[in-house]
Design a protein around this ligand. Structure first.
Ligand code: TXA
Ligand code: MG
Length: 339
């Protein structure tokens, strides 16, 4: 819980236990009050859990960076319940953003648009754009509705760790650094929203996610050059999603040999494999039935690998198509490489 400090500033005690509540109307009202007081509330979305604060309260947003240990140059996504709330943050809604919002909101698509002057620079990391997302999860929507604010909310993990898909993951990473956690159960998608630069005439994907390029109509979707992407989406510069063990991404046929080789070196090996290959060796952290299942469980499985004391997690390589592109992106950024 938040403790008043000598300066009167709220200060989280990182070692304290977090308050975890089931999202009843009373709990949601309490969470809204915490947000109005400049506090931090973790809440479920359809993708992953977010760590929310009032997007227009600079001091509250600074607490997000402190709680996560997030680099100050990595801007946040502002979550809104509707277009009217989004309009408070946007300087100029582009025709492209309006079209994409009409098609995909509420849903796991984040739109980068020109920011309205007056939005705290800490929220946008000083960029002249802001990322906005309208989530499609009953608890996220109830909270946004109850507080009437736009909520800056990055994934509710310590910076660099796999995103949290359960309230327990949030508690593990952030504990007493967050005032309140609303527990809405495991999230449905498990991978973060697609981030699209909507400032131009056609969508530019800055981060692959739950709304795939194919769903948006691949023909019109652009992929920025690597350098341009780093400039336009500062988050892609940093190491991300990494559990406390090594991740190797392999064609499924190579997993048994590699598992045996690593076991021979005395290492503890976990595997993430298709269901039909679950008897191939190593401790199975996830036997997935579909790419959606892999997307939903990937981060949780990496965390299970840590809990099981794995030195290495071997993950089946999947095609760079549809949701597979988001899965491979997360694995590459978790340090996953073919040995
Ligand atoms: O699904 C999600 O998007 C989750 C849930 C909680 O909504 N949130 C999330 O936030 O993944 P976060 O902070 O972990 O990732 C936000 C990404 C980062 O890569 C950041 O660099 C990028 O969005 N971003 C934010 N504002 C931006 C901007 N103005 N221009 C370009 N990229 C931006
Ligand atoms: Mg994140």
């Amino acid at each position: 819980m938040t403790q008043p400090s000598e300066t009167g500033e709220p200060q989280a005690d990182a070692s304290a236990a977090a308050t975890v509540l089931s999202p009843t109307p009373t709990a949601v009202a309490r969470a809204a009050a915490v947000l109005h007081a400049g506090g931090l509330v973790a809440f479920p979305t359809e993708t992953v859990y977010g760590l929310g604060a009032d997007a227009c309260n600079a001091a509250a947003v600074r607490r997000i960076y402190a709680a996560k240990g997030r680099p100050a140059d990595n801007p946040l996504i502002a979550h809104v319940v509707d277009l009217a709330t989004a309009a408070r943050l946007v300087a100029r809604p582009t025709p492209l953003a309006e079209r994409l919002a009409a098609q995909w909101w509420p849903g796991p698509l984040t739109l980068v648009v020109p920011v309205r002057p007056g939005v705290p620079t800490v929220t946008t990391a000083g960029l002249d754009t802001i990322a906005i997302r309208c989530p499609d999860h009953p608890v996220a929507r109830a909270l946004l509705d109850a507080c009437g604010l736009a909520l800056a909310a990055p994934s509710a993990n310590r910076s660099g760790r796999p995103s949290p898909t359960t309230a327990a993951h949030v508690e593990h990473d952030l504990g007493g650094r967050v005032d309140l956690i609303l527990d809405g159960g495991p999230t449905a998608v498990g991978l973060e929203s697609t981030v699209v630069d909507a400032t131009g005439d056609s969508p530019v994907v800055l981060r692959d996610g739950a709304i795939t390029r194919e769903m948006m109509g691949s023909a019109s979707v652009q992929q920025p050059a690597h350098d341009a992407q780093q400039r336009r989406s500062p988050g892609t510069r940093h190491r991300h999603y990494a559990p406390d063990c090594r991740v190797e991404v392999l064609p499924v046929d190579r997993i048994p040999t590699r598992a045996a080789e690593l076991a021979g070196q005395g290492l503890t090996v976990g595997t993430i494999v298709p269901r039909e290959r679950r008897r191939d060796g190593g401790t199975v952290l996830l036997a997935f039935e579909s790419i959606e299942h892999l997307g939903r469980e990937l981060f949780a499985a990496l965390r299970r690998g840590e809990d099981a004391g794995c030195d290495v997690v071997l993950v089946t390589r999947v095609d760079d198509l549809g949701l597979g592109r988001a899965v491979m992106d997360r694995l590459h950024r978790a340090g996953g490489a073919v040995p």
